[in-house]
Design a protein around this ligand. Sequence first.
Ligand code: GLP
Length: 241
Amino acid sequence: MQIILASSSLDAVHIVATRILEKLFSSPNSVLGLATGKTMIPVYSELVRLVNSSKSTQLQKCHFFMLDEYMGLPLNHLETFRNYIQFHLIKPLGLNESQFNFPPVHLTDGPFQYEETLKAKGGIDLQLLGLGRNGHIGFNEPGSQKNSRTRVVKLSDDTIEANKDQFKEIIPTHALSMGIETILECRELLMLVTGKSKAQTVKYLLSHHDDEICPATYLKEHPHFTLVLDPEAASRINLKM
Ligand code: GLP
């Protein structure tokens, strides 16, 4: 596990966006896994800025998989992750929606189908990840098992509380999420954590291993796991450890 301590949250965002750009530049056929959440909004706008200022980055050949999606929302609902990525990445970069794979939340065998699509594309080269306040990854909530695959999950009260300001009438209680084992199979993991509200979770993450209370701890065994922290997220850890 490599930890990168950024000098500011802007710097952290820039580091992550640059890594993604470098991946797309060196391997234009890459398969990228994308995360959502508030943390990723500035990453996508920085990526759009970098792509637009680098004339040589080709994005037509790469493919994207979304990490998770809420269940129970109409397809055109503003707060679906599908809509999120359309707004923050697909439209600004003029990408083709056929390059994107979305968890098929409206199919009964959606989790199986998604794993099959992922397999057929050869797996994910670089998976971008955020961190839930309670240590969740994607929507693998505390209690998730390390060998979990893509499945329908029940959201924890903490996650519902953290995200409920985005919803008016329907507050989702379930989601379809890639599993921990599915995420561990990605060839590279890049996690960004920013802000004081995650500082305690980061501290827990760094001092525990294979701990179902904090599913992010499962990722520490991955041979190519990079954790990028802004100073606030790193404010409760000893940087020399
Ligand atoms: C969300 C998503 C995750 C995200 C995490 C943190 O609900 N399922 O993919 O990384 O929770 O979200 P935020 O960046 O808004 O704190």
